[in-house]
Design a protein around this ligand. Structure first.
Ligand SMILES: [Fe+2]
Length: 419
């Protein structure tokens, strides 16, 4: 059993072992290690923390937890050289991703049920829709780490259902970034979830057609906004904004959209949010284009269309919400290593946490590990590693989802073995 003692930071000395600080989520590479040097002590002292917890020396012999800590330290990045002490906020990115997946899967089943019943019954069950959006808003409020991971999850098996849920999640994230109230967020989320409900009226023969659509088939697809509007207005208990979003989400700022060719001033504010989320998800999904684009490519495309197709300011907010390097993006580091973006860094969008999956010669590692690009060498004040470019996963034979899953499995096994 580990016995901790609370101590004022000024009392911290070499020979003591810090277990945690008063501030949750702070990552300090010397937790649970005896401090033999004054430099990490100074880093803690300069971090604005008043109290820390140290291991009571009398009880320190039991070392099972030490084993766990060592194992996880190995996975969470290589032990530090003496020069690169650092202190950063660290939320548990891997466990967030695992939990987000479970929640997302459950939501996807509910969305399938919701849209499936529209297909057979013709109306939207506003209660089920409200449950889905209520839960999403709750996760986004109380479990922001998990929600952030959810905004980047994708499941390509079932595009029609996944797309609706993806757009709901991404629109909600943008709504939060814009500072909308909880009620507004619920409405935004609902608009995202139901924006393509009209697609339930299009025959599977057209939707699942592998080749190019004929002119008539394409014209039929373009009627889904009208169908959606009719479905929503004939259903009960849905806010008016949902009908507007279903009808207008393919309208464009310059008036070149459909079905009505509305100019920007006549497009609803929530619809403008939904349109951006819709196109972002479509571009990054395999289904709608012949090849999947990376999230960074998708953001570039959105940016190039801002002002023409989308509201310019909203696109800027959107890029800020998703991050320059969204989770799952494959990137090249200046060390030559290929990595996957794991967790955005709100303070510096260019310095997220990454999962390093190859060595400097781009050979796949047996054991990937986490590296924090916010790490600086405190002697030179230069970052240890930097992103050079984003990469197309297919060209490098790396599947981000598989790599993240493999890492998560090792992470779980390490915890299980050590306990
Ligand atoms: Fe649509």
């Amino acid at each position: 059993m580990k016995i901790e003692r609370k101590l004022h930071i000024s009392e911290l000395r070499t020979g003591m072992t810090v277990t945690r600080t008063e501030k949750d989520g702070l990552h300090f590479p010397f937790f649970d290690k005896e401090l033999t040097d004054t430099r990490p002590i100074n880093v803690l002292k300069n971090s604005g923390i008043s109290y820390i917890y140290i291991l009571d020396e009398k009880e320190a012999e039991e070392d099972k937890e030490g084993e766990l800590s060592d194992k996880l330290t190995e996975m969470m990045g290589n032990p530090l050289e003496t020069s690169d002490y650092f202190l950063i906020d660290s939320s548990p990115a891997v466990s967030d991703i695992i939990q987000a997946r479970a929640i997302f899967e459950n939501m996807r089943n509910k969305t399938r049920e919701l849209l499936g019943s529209v297909k057979s019954g013709g109306k939207v069950n506003s209660r089920t829709a409200g449950e889905i959006t209520g839960e999403l808003v709750e996760v986004s409020t109380y479990k922001p780490g998990i929600f952030t991971a959810m905004t980047h999850l994708k499941n390509q098996d079932d595009y029609s259902y996944s797309h609706s849920l993806n757009v709901a999640v991404i629109s909600l994230a943008l709504g939060k970034r814009l500072g909308k109230s909880a009620d507004e967020l619920k409405t935004i989320c609902l608009c995202g979830l139901l924006h393509d409900v009209g697609m339930t009226r299009i025959s599977d023969r057209i939707i699942k057609k592998p080749g190019k659509l004929t002119e008539d088939e394409y014209a039929e697809i373009k009627r889904h906004p009208e169908y959606g509007y009719k479905i929503i207005t004939s259903s009960e208990g849905l806010p008016a904004e949902t009908a507007a979003a279903a009808l207008q989400h393919h309208e464009k700022s310059d008036g070149s959209g459909y079905p009505l060719g509305l100019p920007e001033r006549q497009i609803g504010n929530i619809t403008k949010i939904i349109s951006i989320a819709d196109v972002y998800d479509a571009i990054t999904s395999q289904k709608s284009y012949n090849h999947e684009r990376t999230p960074s490519e998708a953001l570039k495309i959105l940016f190039s269309w801002s002002g023409k197709h989308f509201n310019e300011t909203l696109v800027k907010f959107f890029i800020n919400t998703i991050g320059i390097y969204p989770v799952g993006t494959l990137v090249m580091l200046d060390s030559g290593e290929i990595s996957i973006i794991l967790e955005p860094n709100k303070k510096d969008l260019t310095r997220p946490k990454v999962l390093v999956v190859t060595n400097e010669n781009r050979e796949k590692l047996d054991k990937s590990h986490i590296f924090d690009l916010a790490r600086y060498d405190l002697r030179t004040m230069k970052p240890l590693k930097t992103i050079v470019s984003s990469l197309n996963p297919k060209q490098h034979g790396i599947n981000s989802e598989e790599e993240l899953d493999r890492f998560a499995k090792r992470f779980r096994n390490a915890v299980r073995e050590a306990l």
